[in-house]
Design a protein around this ligand. Structure first.
Ligand SMILES: C=CC1=C(C)c2cc3[nH]c(cc4nc(cc5[nH]c(cc1n2)c(C)c5CCC(=O)O)C(CCC(=O)O)=C4C)c(C)c3C=C
Ligand SMILES: [Fe+2]
Length: 415
């Protein structure tokens, strides 16, 4: 049943007298799939990633090839409507991540007089390791001094308004958002289908603020696999936190009740930055300069002064303003972050340049001590900044995972 595709699920429904009964059958067997541990074993390609678990999937779970991320603004003042939305999103996400339609029998309903409840473009496609990860931004808790859903007192201190970083050129239309949805999959159509159907379900309660497609993961959580390369052509993610490194995840990624916001225990904080990369300028830069800027060799990814990719990084051996020297834990009071970014190419800018870059995504336990100081250091001193421009930004509190029968955000609303 774990490899059940949307078409198969539909087939089961059609073969039974009551179509919905077949879907319920499929769901009940899927409900036993539960991620329990702090470290996440990588789901084999082709195997659906469990939706239920102590942590939301899409953080420590193996990074898929494609991204569709969308930020939503809440358009209602009703707390009850927001809760109803989160319940409906949870149900749809639980189904879609297992390769099923957003709503049982939704794509081709028996009654043709109403719009289908699933948009249909993923019928017949496998789950493709789809994960759906949901988080709440600062404006979900309070906006312009207004306590929107009686949640102001629950806003975690770690969910800061990100400061302006040197050289930021942020577009408000690509930044912020009350709720973020990160859909990752090995098939772009499956990721797009997930976000589209959540947006459809949310019509009248939320509106899409911005969305971003990504390809070619630029970091992985599976160090045993080949390290992917970013659009500068460098291996990216070598020193990332591995998805099965329970100790590092506990220290650097998962929020704990003792951190201040009990409802966030088992959750994390998602930072997203749309970073345009001036690849045309980079492509006219010598290989030596590219390596001095990065702090690693382009060929095999070894740190400068080292031989192999996974040789120990010794920042003293690197140019002081190189990216890796400045991002390394020893330069950042031992802090690490879990990176999960993707490349993007959003057409061209009309001046003969591709609008290309890295959609940086990172998860951390406390952005105040991890991401913010690191970004300040990079924005001020990183030689790579000459080739970069940050054009979008956001920070969201990602609540813990969901048990069968529960819903995303339940700990926030019911605690
Ligand atoms: C604030 C955090 C970071 C931003 C923003 C960022 C942007 C960015 N990075 C690359 C390319 C590489 N980054 C690499 C390592 C690396 N980067 C960060 C943080 C940010 N990067 C960290 C914490 C690390 C790990 C440092 C370490 O522990 O050694 C590397 C080297 C390979 C690797 O270890 O991943 C590359 C290459 C780009 C192109 C970019 C913005 C577009
Ligand atoms: Fe980096």
């Amino acid at each position: 049943m774990s490899r059940l595709s949307r078409r198969q699920a539909l087939g089961i429904g059609a073969a039974t007298a009551a179509g919905a009964a077949g879907i319920v059958l499929a769901e009940s067997s899927g409900a036993s799939v539960f991620r329990a541990g702090h470290g996440e074993p990588a789901a084999a390609e082709g195997t659906p990633v469990a939706f239920h678990g102590e942590h939301q999937a899409g953080i420590a779970s193996a990074v898929q090839d494609r991204l569709h991320m969308a930020a939503f603004d809440v358009t209602t003042d009703s707390r009850d409507e927001v809760i109803a939305l989160l319940k409906a999103w949870t149900a749809a996400a639980a189904r879609m991540t297992q390769g099923r339609e957003a709503v049982a029998g939704g794509a081709i309903p028996a009654v043709k007089q109403a719009p289908p409840e699933d948009t249909g473009e993923a019928l017949g496609l496998p789950a493709s390791r789809l994960t759906v990860t949901i988080g709440f931004g600062p404006t979900f808790f309070e906006e312009d001094g207004r306590d929107r859903f009686s949640l102001r007192g629950k806003r975690p201190a770690a969910l800061v308004d990100l400061p302006h970083f040197p050289q930021d050129a942020l577009d408000p239309a690509r930044s912020g958002g009350d709720i973020v949805v990160q859909a990752c999959s090995d098939d772009p159509q499956v990721a797009v289908h997930a976000v589209r159907n959540l947006a459809r379900i949310g019509f009248g309660t939320v509106a899409v603020r911005w969305s971003q497609l990504g390809f070619g993961k630029t970091s992985s959580t599976t160090p045993q696999a080949q390290t992917p390369r970013n659009l500068f052509g460098f291996k990216d993610g070598t020193n990332n936190i591995a998805g099965d490194d329970a100790d590092a995840l506990r220290r650097h990624v998962w929020a704990d009740a003792s951190d201040g916001a009990a409802w966030m225990a088992g959750g994390s904080y998602l930072v997203a930055r749309r970073i345009r990369m001036h690849i045309e300028t980079w492509d006219r830069t010598s290989l030596d300069e590219q390596e001095q800027v990065t702090g690693r060799h382009k060929g095999n990814g070894a740190p400068l002064g080292g031989v192999h990719e996974r040789d120990e990084v010794r920042p003293v051996m690197l140019p002081r303003d190189s990216h890796v020297a400045l991002a390394h834990p020893s330069t950042n009071d031992g802090h690490r972050i879990l990176r999960r970014g993707y490349s993007f190419v959003d057409g061209s800018d009309g001046f003969g340049h591709l609008d290309a870059g890295l959609f940086f995504i990172a998860f951390c336990r406390d952005p105040r001590t991890q991401y913010v100081p690191m970004q300040n250091r990079l924005s001020r001193n990183d030689a790579m900044m000459e080739y970069l421009q940050h054009t979008g930004s956001g920070l969201w509190a990602v609540p813990p995972g969901v048990r069968p029968g529960g819903w995303v955000g339940q700990t926030l609303f019911e605690a």
